[in-house]
Each structure stands twice: as C-alpha cells, then as structure tokens.
Design a protein around this ligand. Structure first.
Ligand code: UGA
Length: 461
C-alpha cells in the first residue's frame, strides 16, 4: 500500500512506542528516537520496556517488516521523515505544576535537525502540555534552533492523545475523535490528510482548532474522567453508611441516563497511574496561575487522596487492630493489564498497613518487579493469588485483574487463617460472598449486606 508520509516519533514512553508501532502496523515507515540507550537496545531487540498487552508481538512484527527502527539520533530521525511527533514525558514538579524540560529539549533537537532540512516538515506535539506550550514555547524554540519560520518553512500542531494503558494499541487504532490544534491551515491540512489516510474508512470525527484549545481539551478530558471517579467514590462513601445501599446498583441506575453514561462509574480505591493524578494537579496549578481557584478539581483530588484510606478503615472494622495481622493484598498495578504502579492506590494502602504494624503479603500478575523496587523487603511477595491468601487474616482486593474475578469463597475459606475479604473494586458478588465469608466492599451499605442484596434483587425483578 502506498503511504505518503514517513514518520518520526520522539520519546519512547507509553504514548510514543504505541503510536509508533500503530503507524508502522499500517504500512508507514517510522523512525523512533529515544535518549535512553538501554531502551533503544531493548526496543530494537523486540522487547517493550513496559508491559502492554499485544505490544511485544506488534513490535516484533514492525521490526520484521523493516518499516520500524529505534535510534538515539533524533537528527537522523527528523531528516529522514516528513512528520515528527513529539511524545516525550511531562512529569510533575514537586508543587504539582508540569515539568516541560523534556519537551524543551526535544524541540531543540528537532529544530536543530530542521536547520539542515530543505523541504517542509510538520512537527506535532502529542505530549500532554499546558495551554500555550505549543505556541509560546515549542514554536520559538523550533524557530530559534532551525533559523526557519513556523508556518512557512515548517508546520506545527498540537495533537493530544487519549489512549489508555492496558489497551493502548487498540485505542490508538480506534480513537473516538482526533483533535488537531493547528498553528496554521497548512499544518492542519497535512495532519488531517495523514490521519485520513491512516484510518481510512475508520476515520473518527476530527476537530480542527487552535493549539491552545487542543491542549486544553486533553486536560479537560482527564479532569472530567477523574471527576466522574471521585463523584462515584463519594456516592460509594455515602452508600457505605446506609444499610442496604449498593453503589454498583446506583451506578448502573444513573449510567443508563444518556446524559451521564455508564463508563467510569466504577467505585473503588481511587484513580492512579501516570496521567489522571498528574494532569489534574497540573491543571489546578495552571488555573491558579491564571488567578482562578478551581475548587471542584481540588475536591476531586481530595476525595481521591482519601479513598485508599477507606480500605484501612474498613479493614479495621473487619479485624479490629491491624497490628500483627497478616494482610493479603491482591493487585498492585494502578489498574489491570499493566505493570505500572505509578501513583497506584496499592502504595498508599500498603504503607499505611505497615505503619499500623500489619504484615503484608502481596501478589500482582504483572507488577511484581515494580513492587519489589518500591517495597523492597518490607513486605512479602507471593507467586500466585492462592499463595497470597495462605494464612492471611484479611484480604484486600486492590486491582481488578480478570484472574482474581475467578476466585470463589471456597478459595478464601480453604487458604486463609480467617476468611475475611474487603472487595476494593467491586468484583465479587456480595450475596454469594457474604453468605460464606466475612465480607465487606467499597460502596456497600454496612448494615446487613445479605438482606440488602436480597432486597436489591427483589427490586430488580
Ligand atoms: C487515562 C485516560 O483514560 C486516557 O484517555 C488518557 O489518554 C491517559 O490517561 C493519558 O492521559 O495518557 P490511563 O491512565 O491509562 O488513561 O487509565 P484509566 O483507564 O483512565 O484509569 C485511570 C485510573 O482510574 C485507574 O487507577 C483506574 O483503576 C481508575 N478508574 C477508572 C476507577 O477507579 N473507576 C473507573 O470507573 C475507571
């Protein structure tokens, strides 16, 4: 298939690698650039630096096709291609504001490469950046280091992504929409033409706007998702105080309202990961620099900070004192299908358990190496869910991996010292579990869960 564009992607984090591999999978020649030599080597050997379902296979296939390679030479990557996507990380500074250091550095490298290029080139900022960054920071750096004029000699767009870890390749290939924040019309035309060729008949709605709006769409998107989660967790906290209430049923009920929708209404121990917490903090800080205190967003963050604490409070209700108790923690990653533990609720929960003198044994299907780097020998590590349960006084289900959903009350009865379970993600059937073991769950009214569930069933009929 004839492909009109050669692509370079700068920064091989989650977004960069998944985007690069998705482009290569559709026949594009892609040169990836990454400053970490170890990562470059791994990627070129077909090993993804992080766990993502299907990525190793897709990477191996891209390398085999000869259409993809990774280098630490950004200049070469830019010179040999027509469009450069900047996908470097934008971490948090200690005060929560965004650290644009990597974006600055990569813009300098891209700009100095452009000084050697005669033909027109399009630069696309895909990293999550606060409004104004593309026009007020990236553009001047590119112009200064290239000696060229944005709009005339090269193009510039902000083009945020919305892929989720755990389904990153699928999301890249099946987006809900494409946001193009164009510096000028020519830049937007080229990026739109590229995406229309890439997605063909599957092209989603495309919104063309200014870079500032594109940048803000990304933040507003993640802030809204975080708000939905903190909202349902607030309802969950209310439910827990009402005998017979169940947040899962409440979420189902409100989710059928088309204006609300059913997604992102799973109550639990709070959101984590490298995006929602960081982006919300950055938006709050940015908003304050504009002289506006975003009280709603601060409350969202506050609810989320306290949510892991609910696990401890409920654990205390189940066990009394935690000192000397052996607690099994099932799930460490910030969500299933990833080994990522950045800002995972499991970290706050385990630290608190240790502080209260509990003994912690933990298991996660993918995140064990990352967990060992964080907790070292302060906790015990199990090789399976069943091994984790063995001789425990209480189990906290923290991440809803599919393999945990298969556990039955008998697994807890047969392996634990005392079969006590706290379902932090609402994956177990309260009726079945509360009949057989001592059971509590986030967002489940504390009165008499058995009766409550019977009632709920009656109402459902
Ligand atoms: C998030 C967004 O969903 C993506 O659209 C965005 O592109 C990405 O951030 C980013 O900015 O790069 P991700 O961090 O991979 O993606 O994870 P999510 O699936 O959004 O989950 C975030 C957290 O919310 C997890 O800890 C998850 O357990 C929690 N969550 C999610 C809930 O507690 N309840 C829900 O109903 C949904």
């Amino acid at each position: 298939m004839l492909r009109s564009y050669r692509i370079s992607v700068i920064g091989m984090g989650y977004v960069g690698l998944c985007t690069a591999i998705a482009f290569a999978s559709k026949g594009y020649t892609v040169i990836a650039s990454e400053m970490d030599a170890e990562k470059v080597d791994k990627i070129n050997r077909g090993i993804s630096p992080f766990y993502e379902p299907g990525l190793n296979e897709a990477l191996t296939e891209a390398l085999r096709s000869g259409r993809f390679k990774c280098t630490s030479n950004t200049e070469m990557a830019v010179l040999d291609t027509d469009i450069t996507f900047i996908t470097v990380g934008t971490p948090s500074k200690p005060d929560g504001s965004i650290d644009l250091h990597y974006v600055k550095e990569s813009a300098k490298e891209v700009g100095s490469a452009l000084s050697h290029k005669d033909s027109y080139h399009l630069v696309v900022v895909k990293s999550t950046v606060i409004p104004g960054t593309t026009e007020n920071m990236v553009k001047p750096i590119l112009e200064e280091t290239s000696g060229k004029v944005c709009g005339a000699d090269f193009g510039l767009c902000a083009n945020p992504e919305f892929l989720r870890e755990g389904s990153a390749l699928y999301d890249t290939l099946n987006p809900d929409r494409i946001i193009i924040g164009e510096y000028d019309k020519r830049s937007g035309d080229i990026l739109e033409a590229f995406y229309k060729e890439f997605y063909a008949e599957k092209t989603p709605p495309i919104i063309r706007t200014t870079p500032v709006n594109a940048e803000l769409i990304k933040y507003a998107n993640n802030a809204f998702l975080a708000t939905k989660i903190s909202f349902i967790n607030t309802i969950a906290n209310i439910c827990e105080r009402i005998p017979g209430a169940d947040v899962t049923i409440v979420a189902k009920g409100i989710g059928l309202d088309k204006r609300i929708g059913p997604l992102f209404l799973n109550a639990g121990l709070g959101y984590g990961g490298s995006c929602l917490p960081k982006d919300l903090r950055a938006l709050i800080q940015y908003s304050k620099t504009l002289g506006y205190e975003p009280k709603l967003l601060e409350a969202v963050e506050d609810v989320n900070k306290h949510q892991p604490q609910r696990a401890i409070e409920l654990c205390r209700k189940l066990l009394g004192e935690l000192k000397g108790r052996r607690i099994a923690v099932l799930g460490l990653a910030f969500k299933p299908n990833t080994d990522d533990m950045r800002e995972a609720p499991s970290i706050a929960i385990i630290r608190q358990l240790l502080e209260e003198g509990a003994e912690v044994v933990a298991y996660d299907p993918a995140a064990m190496p990352n967990a060992k780097a964080i907790f070292k020998d302060s906790i015990k590590y199990a090789n399976s869910a069943i091994e984790c349960l063995r001789d425990a006084d209480c189990c906290i289900l923290v991440t809803e991996w599919d393999e945990f959903k298969k556990l039955k009350p008998e697994d807890f009865i047969q392996n634990m010292r005392r079969p006590i379970l706290l379902d932090g993600r609402r994956i177990f059937d309260p009726k079945e579990f509360s009949q057989k073991i001592k059971f509590m769950a986030i967002g489940l009214g504390i009165g008499n869960p058995e009766k409550a569930e019977e009632k709920n069933l009656q109402y459902q009929k």
